[in-house]
Write a protein that binds this ligand. Structure first.
Ligand code: FES
Length: 159
């Protein structure tokens, strides 16, 4: 698909989602979630369409997208690894876990490895505090992260 065609596709799908959902109370977040579901991220080209459709300024829409960690500005890798950085996990060494994962993958939070295999994101409590430090790989929670588990996870996303 050419860039022009991709951009037209984004605009028309975004407009259709807005049409479907703009009657909801507080429609911005549900619309952004649907767009992310559709494209795997919230494309830059969708932002002005949302702003026009909901009568908001582009700055307002952009502010909401960047405030919520759930929204991605770029397509994710084949795997998405989320590391819990909330309090209970912090107290059980999530900083060291994050440092190790970042070093093994060679990326920081909110980045995707160059081969497109994995996107690394922070998350704030997975409801698995009793088994902290915890993570989520492609929607599945993993508790009690230690060096061995980290290496297994990294090997899995790399394979
Ligand atoms: S703080 Fe990490 S799972 Fe709750």
């Amino acid at each position: 698909m050419t860039m022009q065609a991709a951009s037209t596709e984004i605009t028309s799908r975004t407009a259709a989602i807005i049409d479907e959902m703009k009657g909801l109370e507080g429609p911005l977040l549900p619309i952004l979630h649907s767009i992310q579901e559709e494209f795997g991220h919230v494309p830059k080209d969708a932002l002005p369409v949302i702003a026009d459709g909901l009568n908001l300024s582009r700055a307002e829409v952009h502010g909401v997208v960047s405030f919520y960690h759930d929204f991605r500005a770029h397509p994710a890798g084949r795997h998405v690894l989320k590391l819990c950085q909330a309090e209970a996990c912090q107290s059980m060494g999530s900083d060291a876990v994050a440092a190790k994962v970042k070093q093994l993958l060679g990326i920081d939070f909110h980045e995707t490895t160059r081969d497109g295999s994995v996107t690394l994101e922070p998350v704030y409590c997975l409801g698995l505090c009793a088994c902290s430090p915890s993570a989520m790989l492609d929607g599945e929670v993993i508790g009690r992260l230690d060096d061995e588990k980290i290496e297994e996870i990294v090997a899995e996303v790399r394979s």
